[in-house]
Write a protein that binds this ligand. Structure first.
Ligand code: NAD
Length: 373
């Protein structure tokens, strides 16, 4: 019997060779997949670089699309519903990776400003998988936090939910963890434009790992020009990979959309996509697919020279965020190739720590951050 055809973005890791027993597989560069490539395809496995809309899918037999990413704003879901095409995303797959990135950015901001954990107010916008995990990490170190998410309620009053305006006014660091939306009661597209930025503290820092279009990049550039103490950390950009080059020069940290790029995050995303694909086509063997990560973790060293220095030293060993900042600033036109050849990075959960080397009070914090102790 003829196998169904699946087209796969050739940059999706851990899937090569996995589907061949069930599908005829065509691997193509994600940004270059066109309508004619899908003439006979029943399934499509993509990342953010393939816009799945009418132009791509018109008159094709595609029945199923899996994106091995958390965001699904590159899928025209209205069109997919209309055409009865089933889709799935990899919800939560790389949350730990994005939280690690955000945490490392916070550590660098604190180091730069010579502040301690309890000196700042952290504002978290979007309390989903990533925002709520970041909140738990921050609270483990008693960092004061405020949270804004109009779609959640907390009758137990444990989460410090507040209004958007109040969060902007009070926070020293604001971190964005929302989906990109342009409709509904609380659209996030260009949520951070000039008027919003002006409501923030003059020396605040804005971190965006969500989607580039949530922040109006020209407005942010203008704001950084006129507010020398304001800072920004951007992993995601409008019009990636053709990013605002003057803005890149001005940001405190700028990286090429790699916050979720730990090996563990990528492996989880591929696994989730393949499991749902197997379900859809009735290939239940695929449910057993478990990617094998062939990368050892380094031995970590622990420095006991104060609380901040302990965490800064530890996290710099598992993720040196400034390395990614330097690489992009040195060669902005390499945005895509820096992603393609991204160095191996592991999540905290891949590290088994020796408890006798770590003070008791730090042990419980590190467990909450996912390390194995
Ligand atoms: P999630 O769906 O679990 O959570 C999103 C939260 O945002 C939800 O609780 C929702 O209620 C809230 N929200 C929606 N609109 C809002 C608004 N206007 N104001 C405040 N809150 C609002 O998503 P997640 O898994 O936590 O991911 C968050 C974002 O991170 C997404 O945009 C995703 O695409 C992005 N992401 C980026 C990377 C990367 O590599 N940079 C990796 C993974 C995820």
């Amino acid at each position: 019997m003829k196998k169904p055809l699946i087209v796969i973005d050739d940059e999706i890791p851990f899937v090569f060779g996995v589907l061949e027993a069930f599908f005829e597989v065509h691997y193509l560069p994600g940004a270059k997949i066109t309508n004619s490539d899908l003439k006979n395809a029943l399934a499509l496995l993509v990342r953010t670089r393939t816009r799945c809309d009418k132009t791509l899918l018109k008159n094709t037999p595609v029945q199923f699309i899996a994106t091995a990413t958390v965001g699904e704003d590159h899928l025209d879901t209205e069109y997919l519903i209309q055409k009865n095409i089933k889709w799935t995303n990899a919800a939560g797959a790389n949350s730990q990776s994005v939280v690690t990135y955000t945490w490392c950015a916070i550590l660098e901001i604190l180091k730069f400003k010579k502040q301690k954990f309890r000196d700042i107010q952290l504002g978290i916008i979007g309390y989903g998988k990533i925002g709520s995990t970041l909140y738990q990490w921050a609270r483990a170190l008693e960092i004061p936090c405020l949270v804004y998410d109009p779609f959640i309620s907390d009758p137990s009053k444990q989460v410090p939910l507040t209004s958007f305006e109040n969060l902007l006014k009070q926070s020293d660091i604001v971190s964005l963890h929302v989906p990109l939306t342009s409709t509904g009661p609380y659209p996030t597209k260009a949520l951070f434009a000039q008027t919003t930025l002006e409501k923030m503290k003059k020396n605040a820092f804005l971190i965006n790992t969500s989607r580039g279009e949530v922040v109006d990049n020209q407005a942010l550039f203008n704001h950084l020009q006129s507010h020398p103490d304001f800072g920004a950390v951007l992993d995601v950009w409008e019009k990636e990979p053709h990013i605002h080059l003057e803005l890149l020069e001005k940001v405190f940290i700028g990286t090429p959309h790699i916050a979720g790029y730990s090996l563990d995050g990528k492996a989880n995303a591929s696994k989730q996509a393949i499991h749902v694909l197997g379900d859809f086509f009735g290939f239940h063997e695929l449910k057993k697919f478990k990617p094998v990560i062939q990368s050892e973790t380094n031995e970590l060293s622990f420095e006991a020279n104060g609380e901040f220095s302990f965490y800064h030293n530890l996290f710099t060993q598992i993720y040196p965020i400034l390395r990614d900042n330097e690489a992009l600033k040195k060669s902005p036109s390499s945005f895509e190739s820096l992603r393609k050849h991204y160095p191996k990075r592991r999540d905290p959960s891949a590290y088994s720590l020796k408890s006798y080397e770590i003070q008791q009070k730090n042990q419980s914090v590190l467990k909450k951050m996912g390390f194995v102790l």
